[in-house]
Structures are given as structure tokens and as C-alpha cells.
Design a protein around this ligand. Structure first.
Ligand code: 1HN
Length: 343
């Protein structure tokens, strides 16, 4: 591809005439917005250690009462995007949230979709649209776009979870806003129990649920048991996706979520895909390697790898399995027709 004309090649008076009319010549910037072969990525490979986050988050619990925080969160920000942008990748927001015993994070609903992966503690719950979802380590709880949600804590130890939101892309679309609400009455039983077994679903009076988000809590005990069952088969990649159990489609429309088990000592090579990916260690320890970067993840550590990059995952233990939670924006990319796998 030959070089195109630069801005400096144009007479200054011509450039001034353009600027005065809010016009811009395309050719000096064409290669930047349309690079050959592969996109340029602001997203940097980066990892966040829970050992670093935890004391700072507990300190935030001392420094900032709930009334002054609403949501007490330290955001995992990718420096490639600028820390103030609060982005892990172009589309993904990550934050570690702390709720102390007796605290309550008030009800609201908003346009961005959120999920929570519980990291530590017992006794907290999220109420989503009237359904009380207990928070236990490794559970995934959805708070989809437009649904009321609030967090409470009846236990006696700090509870911490990882929030994953599509906030950056919804904000970029100028579609991000919140509506504050009142404390919700509990109106429905656990959807996790109703959809406990694959292959069967509730059909009261022969009717399937028309709810776009029928299952709000994916208990870790069930997901882990499914992975361990799958690990006894010949499949190389032991991986499950979090889906809408009524349709089999992705649980949310913008971000996608899966859980992967690495057998003891296993190494798995993932082909380059067009999506940036977030890896969060649920149990065990694993390395995540891409290009010349390698991160060792211990329990509750998190990392992000830009898209279009082959990735190697290795279990760092020879006798224990490793369980990894993965988030990406494949559902959005597939809907938009830009999703690619390069083998
Ligand atoms: C939010 O609503 C929560 O409900 C957590 O716990 C983090 C970050 C940005 C915007 C909304 C929550 C959030 C958030």
C-alpha cells in the first residue's frame, strides 16, 4: 500500500478554510482508521492481582461510607484507553465491588448490562427484578439492561465481587443512563432452581417463558459440576457458555460469558479472534500468554488481552484443575458481522 498525502502537504490557508467549515480531508487519516490486515488496538494486555486490589478495596470500606459511594467499586482500568475512561477494553468495564455486613446498595436500573462474578464472602444477595439472588463464590448473577437491582448483606464478613459491564460501548453510543428506585419486594423464587438441569425447562400449562432473561443466577456449584462432567469426555477444551436456557442464545446481547476448566497440567491454544478477552481465575492457577506477554493468574486475579491475538492458556498446577471465567464481546461482534476467527 502506497503512502498517502499528509496534512502538512496541504497549503495552510486551505487547511484553515476546511477547519473553519468543520471539514476534514480523509486521506491523511485513512491509514489510521483503516489499517491494513489488522486493527490497531488501544487495549493493552494487562493484569490485575487480587492481592493488590483487596487491601485497597477494604480501605475504601473505611474511607467511604455507602451513602457517599452508592456502589463502592475500584475500577480495573486499562492504561491503553486512559485510566479516566474506566475501560478494560473498547467495550468492557470491570470493577471490584465491596459490600460490608449490614450495608445496602440502593435499587436502580440502567441501560448498560451488568454481570457479577462473586469473588469472596458469604451472606450478600442481589435482588434483580424482585428475585433474591444469593451471592456465593463463583456464582454469576445477571442484571440485564432495564432490570431493577440492589445489593444487600445479611452476613458478617466483607463480600467482594467482580462487576462486568458493557458500559463503554453503551456510553459511546450515548445511550447510558440510570433511573433510581425504591427497595424491591421479593416477588419470585430462584430462577436458578427452575433451570437447574439442562434438557428440561419449566412449561406451566404447556407454555414456555417469554421472558428475555429467564435465568438470573448461575450457581458455581452447578457450572463446576458440568465442567467436571465434561472433563471426563474426550473433548479437548472443557468449556461451557452462559446462555439463556429457553433459547440457547447468549445470556446477554452485547457481552458473552463462559467458564473453562483446564485439566491438571493442560495447555490450550486459542486461535486469534477479533474480540478482546477478559480472563478471571475462579479456582486454581493458570498462565495466560499472548505475543510476548504472559500473566500468571492466582485465584481472583483478572487479565485482559486485546483482540486478533492468539492466546495460550496453561494450568500451572500438575495435580489440580484450574477454572477460568471468560468475558468477551462476541455476541455484539457476531450481530454486527465483524466477528472473526483466524486459524
Ligand atoms: C452498577 O449499577 C453497579 O449495580 C456496579 O452494582 C458497577 C458501574 C457503572 C455503572 C453502573 C451495581 C457499575 C454500575
Amino acid at each position: 500500500m502506497h503512502e498517502l498525502g499528509r496534512l502538512e502537504d496541504l497549503p495552510e490557508s486551505y487547511r484553515a478554510d476546511l477547519t473553519a467549515r468543520n471539514l476534514v480531508p480523509l486521506w491523511p487519516s485513512l491509514r489510521a482508521v483503516l489499517p491494513p490486515g489488522k486493527p490497531t488496538s488501544r487495549t493493552q494486555p494487562i493484569s490485575w492481582s487480587y492481592a493488590d486490589i483487596r487491601p485497597l478495596l477494604l480501605k475504601a470500606g473505611e474511607l467511604t461510607p455507602m451513602e457517599k459511594a452508592e456502589r463502592r467499586v475500584l475500577v480495573l482500568a486499562n492504561p491503553g484507553h486512559g485510566l479516566e475512561k474506566m475501560q478494560a477494553s473498547s467495550t468492557i468495564y470491570l470493577g471490584m465491588q465491596l459490600l460490608l455486613p449490614g450495608e445496602w446498595a440502593p435499587s436502580h436500573r440502567h441501560t448498560p448490562n451488568a454481570v457479577r462474578m462473586i469473588v469472596e464472602g458469604k451472606g450478600a444477595y442481589t435482588t434483580v427484578e424482585g428475585e433474591k439472588c444469593p451471592m456465593e463464590r463463583g456464582d454469576l448473577i445477571l442484571t440485564p439492561t432495564g432490570l431493577w437491582h440492589e445489593h444487600g448483606h445479611d452476613g458478617n464478613e466483607p463480600v467482594v465481587w467482580l462487576d462486568v459491564l458493557d458500559l463503554p460501548i453503551v456510553y459511546y453510543m450515548e445511550a447510558s443512563y440510570v433511573t433510581p428506585g425504591e427497595r424491591q419486594p421479593i416477588t419470585s423464587a430462584g430462577s436458578d432452581r427452575a433451570y437447574q438441569r439442562g434438557g428440561v425447562m419449566p412449561t406451566p400449562m404447556f407454555t414456555r417463558s417469554a421472558n428475555a432473561f429467564p435465568m438470573l443466577r448461575y450457581p458455581w456449584a452447578d457450572v463446576k459440576a458440568t465442567l467436571q462432567g465434561l472433563a471426563t469426555t474426550a473433548t479437548e477444551a472443557v468449556q461451557v457458555s452462559y446462555v439463556n436456557p429457553e433459547t440457547g442464545l447468549d445470556a446477554l446481547k452485547i457481552l458473552g460469558f463462559s467458564a473453562l476448566m483446564l485439566r491438571p497440567g493442560q495447555t490450550l491454544n486459542l486461535p486469534a479472534r477479533s474480540t478482546a478477552m477478559v480472563f478471571h481465575e475462579i479456582e486454581g492457577s493458570a498462565s495466560v500468554s499472548a505475543a510476548d506477554q504472559s500473566f500468571s493468574l492466582k485465584e481472583a486475579d483478572t487479565c485482559c488481552i486485546p483482540g486478533y491475538t492468539p492466546i495460550t492458556l496453561s494450568n500451572l498446577s500438575a495435580d489440580q484443575p484450574a477454572f477460568i471465567f471468560i468475558a468477551d464481546d462476541a455476541p455484539l461482534q457476531k450481530k454486527l458481522g465483524v466477528y472473526e476467527v483466524r486459524s
